[in-house]
Design a protein around this ligand. Structure first.
Ligand code: PHE
Length: 337
């Protein structure tokens, strides 16, 4: 044996130690590499016999071997012990980690609530696409070409001449084109207008449209059903008020107010001291709308209403800025999950 053999012997020992995977194996290796009948005494014997000019290098190599093997054994022993200790063993009876649970966005929660309220009086849910034709969004709804809402300042037009619907009312057009009367639907969905965002405006928002068409539907039905809705969504004490208004697709038209949920009608900051909150636009379906979808205005009458979901969500959930509904800040959304 020469000093040059020692690094190879050390290498062999280290490789064997690395591959060992139990304390028993490691003990066997300790005996083989460091024990009284193992490699180390052999090396020491060779050192004794070495010629004087090799003694120094031999001694250093032997030391490195002994230290290297001792240290590697020690480390391997420790890692073997820690991974087999009961504290670190896998406990299969522990509950698993569950991924975070999602929840419905406040707007969808309100949408579901409103759908349920109208479901109880026989309304089904209808939907339509966000991209609409000018016909469905305006013409069929009796909105003339010179009406200000058709202006490019107010409406997002696409290059192909279609538009992002400015209201959910085109859904009633689609539904009536495809279904004969009677009709009793609500149509929730997203609408778009060129509005500058602020605390109460957003260029995209949600509406629910309602449409009831049958023989002899009257304004009394509209008032009764919306009053029922007001009490279901805000509580039994709520009163409703119907103010004359104008919409191209209804005649007569009204705006519908509910008593302020905060001051119960007494007047406060939220209702600007009026005691009322404006909730919906509504009216009796204009005969021209019936004609545009092929219904006979002499055979049926109907009412329609439309309201903003954000407004209702903000009232019910006490949200002070509409933009919070679109930021997708989980700290905000989790409050309503
Ligand atoms: N579409 C109207 C709006 O967006 C609301 C409305 C719907 C009014 C149905 C009357 C009837 O303002």
């Amino acid at each position: 044996m020469t000093p040059e053999d020692l690094p190879r012997l050390l290498d062999e020992a280290l490789t064997a130690i690395q591959q060992a995977d139990s304390l028993d194996d490691l003990e066997q290796l300790r005996i083989r590499f460091l024990g009284r009948k193992g490699k180390l005494p052999e090396i020491m014997a060779a050192l004794k016999l070495a010629p004087p000019d090799q003694k120094r290098a031999f001694g250093q190599g032997a030391n490195q071997y002994k230290q290297g093997v001792t240290q590697a054994l020690e480390e391997a022993k420790q890692s073997c012990e820690s991974s087999s200790s009961p504290a670190n063993a896998l406990d299969v009876t522990l509950p698993g980690f569950s991924p975070p649970q999602g929840g419905n966005h406040p707007i969808r929660q309100i949408m579901i609530r409103i759908s349920q309220i109208f479901d109880r009086i026989g309304f089904t849910v209808a939907t339509g696409p966000d991209i609409e034709t000018v016909f469905n969004n305006f013409d069929a709804l009796n909105t003339p070409a010179d009406h200000p809402s058709r202006d490019e300042q107010d409406t997002f037009y696409l290059e192909d001449g279609r538009l992002l619907r400015t209201q959910t009312s085109p859904i009633q057009i689609r539904y009536m084109q495809e279904n004969p009367p009677p009709v009793r639907i609500i149509a929730p969905g997203r609408a778009y207008r060129r509005d500058t965002p602020d605390a109460t405006h957003s260029a995209t928002f949600h509406q629910v449209e309602g449409l009831y068409v049958a023989e002899k539907v009257s304004m009394a039905d509209l008032k009764g059903d919306l009053t029922y809705f007001a009490r279901e969504i805000l509580g039994p004490g709520v009163k409703t008020r119907f103010r004359p208004h104008f919409f191209p697709f209804t005649e007569p038209s009204v705006e519908v107010d509910f008593t302020c949920h905060v001051c119960k009608g007494k007047g406060c900051r939220v209702c600007k001291n009026s005691g009322w909150i404006e909730i919906a636009g509504a009216g009796m379906v204009d005969p021209d709308v019936f004609r545009s979808v092929g219904y006979d205005p002499d055979a049926v009458t109907g009412y329609a209403f439309g309201m903003g979901l954000e407004r209702i969500a903000m009232i019910l959930l006490e949200i002070d800025d509409i933009r919070r509904l679109y930021d997708n800040d989980l700290r905000f959304l989790r409050q309503f999950a």
